[in-house]
Design a protein around this ligand. Structure first.
Ligand code: WT7
Length: 637
């Protein structure tokens, strides 16, 4: 109990040592003292990576919603659980208390039951960032239905593929969604998807934009009238520790998306513990993660982790630049947000705008800043630190994955001294290893290799829905008895980890291993550059050569390109060496990104190699329109 919240570096090292020397005792103590169980576990942990049969807290019985809601009602029923900030700043924010969340979740759970949904059934949730999204996730968990949230920016094809893969029985959606000044016809997208699916019996539709939509008789129903009639009490389903809680799809480097399956007890214990420590959460804090609940970040650190801690979690429906680029800071000021957690891509987008958007707002409530999703480049880190954190709020660069369920490597704020671009040290219970290509482990500091994790931790995904074999092959076949992350990392002289990007982003030029991230960092230091991406393309002599896509700031787009190319290569030479100089540079208006803000290198690679006949599905991109422009200027080179 005493070690639950880590308060200084010495304590971190002590707790860390205990956690790896005796992981069972470590996690057992946490599970025992901080959660509500209906029955205690028989075994803390069993299984191993090679057999891919990991189990935590087997024998225990619980319901995660009792831990996220019911147990808070006696002491803080009137505290805000979810603080909803709508897309339109003139629409009133909603403060949903724990009492009110409890009623809404119970009613929704009863509605699902009345639709014939039972424990183990899959329910697809395709909703914008409105309170019904969090409520429906929790309602599924209440009755033991497995939720599969699909980010409401995915196309109908992507949605249909996900519904079919896990044969969902019911879809929860809305008439539409707001995005800045536009609306999106979500129900129309669902209708289109369902033309391809025959597993769906019913569709529940929340009203958000009041649009005139068509409802299919016998299948579609408005949600509100059903909720109005439902009872406020729904006994939580008794779940086994290892019963699936949810499926969340993540794209693999090849093939169909993988439905990662997370189970109940281990996921709950790990996300709750890491939320508390990584954000140094205290009772009166107002915590805001800007991610969408459609991603794992939203599952673990908007819904489950914060609510299990009895926190106030902000849910924001809008985008960072509507009505202007100060929106994030307006919300921070208005609600006195204490922890702010976002992605490097958002930071870079905001950093290139006028600093007045930041300076006109009072950000003094902030105590902790978080970053997640990709390596944060030094320039963005410094901007975040200086302008948002005013050099007093530590930045936690949190490394983790959909598959890991929770944050794995991260500073603990006010405990771990930070270094720009370093995710720093593993959290308790996590044992990273750097592996060489010959399968040997790299022991010692100042080394770089493939990042693996040595021992199972409570929130690791247990399988890929319907394809356990693929799970084994993807994560446990590259290195013996280790979980392979797919990322590269280096360890510096004090043992801090720096993530260097996906291992598949490494480009071998004339026999030299070049990571794309450091080259991009060098380019991004140029004052005229907003963003860049490096890919390899085939070269007769070098094997591969480097091709750079560079987005310039709007004000300098008329500058002499030859001169700019020279300056960029000069910077690379200075930072990495002449070996990393680019053979070709193409100036772009923007880069193709996934919805979670990752640059789609697959597409850029093809364009660089002049292989544009089959770009694959680009419909799930954030900005598919950007691709045509890049191809056009490539062809006119
Ligand atoms: C991949 C996982 C986990 C939440 C969102 C993404 C990259 C994530 C960091 C970070 C460097 C990072 C990795 C990882 N990544 N966080 N702090 N520093 N890289 O989840 O979509 O499953 O992606 O995102 O490459 O493998 P995801």
């Amino acid at each position: 109990m005493s070690n639950y919240q880590i308060e200084n570096l010495e304590e971190y090292f002590k707790v860390y040592r205990e956690s790896v020397e005796n992981p069972k005792a470590f996690w057992e103590e946490i599970a025992e003292n901080h959660f509500t169980w209906k029955k205690r576990w028989d075994t803390v942990f069993s299984g191993d990576f090679d057999s891919a049969n990991i189990k935590w807290f087997e024998g225990a019985k619980l319901n995660i919603t009792e831990n996220c809601i019911d147990r808070h009602l006696a002491d803080r029923g009137d505290k805000t659980a979810i603080l909803f900030e709508p897309n339109n700043p003139n629409e009133k924010a909603q403060h949903i208390t724990y009492n009110s969340l409890s009623k809404r979740v119970n009613k929704f759970a009863n509605v699902l039951k009345a639709q014939g949904i039972k424990k183990g059934d899959r329910v697809c949730i395709y909703l914008p960032m409105i309170p019904e999204l969090a409520v429906s996730v929790l309602a599924c968990a209440r009755i033991g239905a497995i939720h599969s949230v699909v980010f409401a920016g995915f196309s109908s094809t992507a949605l249909a593929a996900r519904i079919k893969d896990s044969s969902c029985k019911l879809v929860i959606t809305s008439d539409g969604s707001f995005r800045a000044a536009k609306t999106i016809d979500l129900k129309g997208i669902v209708d289109e998807a369902l033309n391809e699916c025959d597993c769906i019996d019913s569709v529940l539709v929340a009203k958000r934009i009041n649009s005139d939509i068509s409802m299919k008789t016998g299948r579609d129903q408005w949600l509100q009238p059903l909720l109005d009639q439902a009872l406020e009490v729904c006994e939580p389903e008794v779940m086994d520790a290892e019963d699936p809680l949810f499926i969340l799809y993540t794209s693999g480097s090849t093939g169909t998306p993988k439905g990662m399956v997370h189970t109940t007890a281990g996921y709950m214990v790990y996300t709750t513990y890491t939320f508390k420590n990584v954000f140094q959460y205290r009772t009166d804090d107002i915590y805001w993660c800007t991610a969408d609940i459609g991603w794992i970040t939203g599952h673990s650190y908007i819904v489950y982790g914060p609510l299990a801690n009895g926190a106030t979690t902000v849910m924001f429906e809008g985008v960072p630049n509507h009505p202007d680029y100060g929106r994030f800071w307006d919300i921070v000021e208005k609600n006195k947000v204490t922890q702010f957690y976002t992605a490097p891509t958002a930071i870079r987008a905001l950093a290139k705008e006028k600093i007045d958007f930041v300076q006109n707002r009072d950000l003094s409530s902030l105590k902790v800043l978080g970053s997640v999703g990709e390596p944060i480049n030094e320039e963005a880190w410094n901007w975040y630190n200086e302008n948002i954190g005013k050099r007093k709020s530590p930045i936690v660069d949190t490394w983790w994955q959909t598959e890991t369920g929770g944050i794995m490597i991260s500073p603990i704020p006010y405990v771990t001294p930070t270094t720009p671009t370093f995710a720093t040290l593993p959290l308790p219970g996590i044992q990273p290893a750097l592996m060489a290509a010959d399968q040997s482990e790299l022991i010692g500091n100042q080394l770089e290799g493939s990042l693996c994790i040595k021992q199972p931790w409570p929130s690791i995904a247990r399988t890929i829905w319907g394809n356990h074999q693929r799970y084994k092959e993807t994560y446990f076949s590259a290195f013996k008895n280790m979980y392979f992350t797919g990322d590269g990392a280096k360890r510096n002289e004090v043992g801090y980890y720096r993530l260097t990007g996906r291992v598949d982003d490494v480009i071998i030029v004339s026999g030299h291993n070049l990571g794309t991230a450091p080259i991009e960092d060098a380019i991004n230091e140029h004052p005229d550059v907003t963003e860049s991406a490096i890919v390899g393309f085939p070269h007769n002599i070098k094997g591969n050569a480097l091709y750079g896509y560079v987005t310039l700031k709007e004000t300098v787009r008329t500058r002499d390109k030859n001169q700019l190319q020279k300056e960029i290569n000069q910077l690379i030479t200075e930072h990495i060496g002449p070996i990393a100089k680019l053979d070709k540079i193409q100036f772009t208006q923007g880069l193709p990104k996934t919805r979670s803000g990752k640059i789609m290198r697959r597409i850029l690679r093809k364009i660089a190699s002049n292989d544009i006949s089959n770009l694959g599905d680009i419909s799930t991109l954030l900005n598919p329109e950007i691709v045509a422009g890049i191809i056009q200027s490539r062809l006119s080179q």
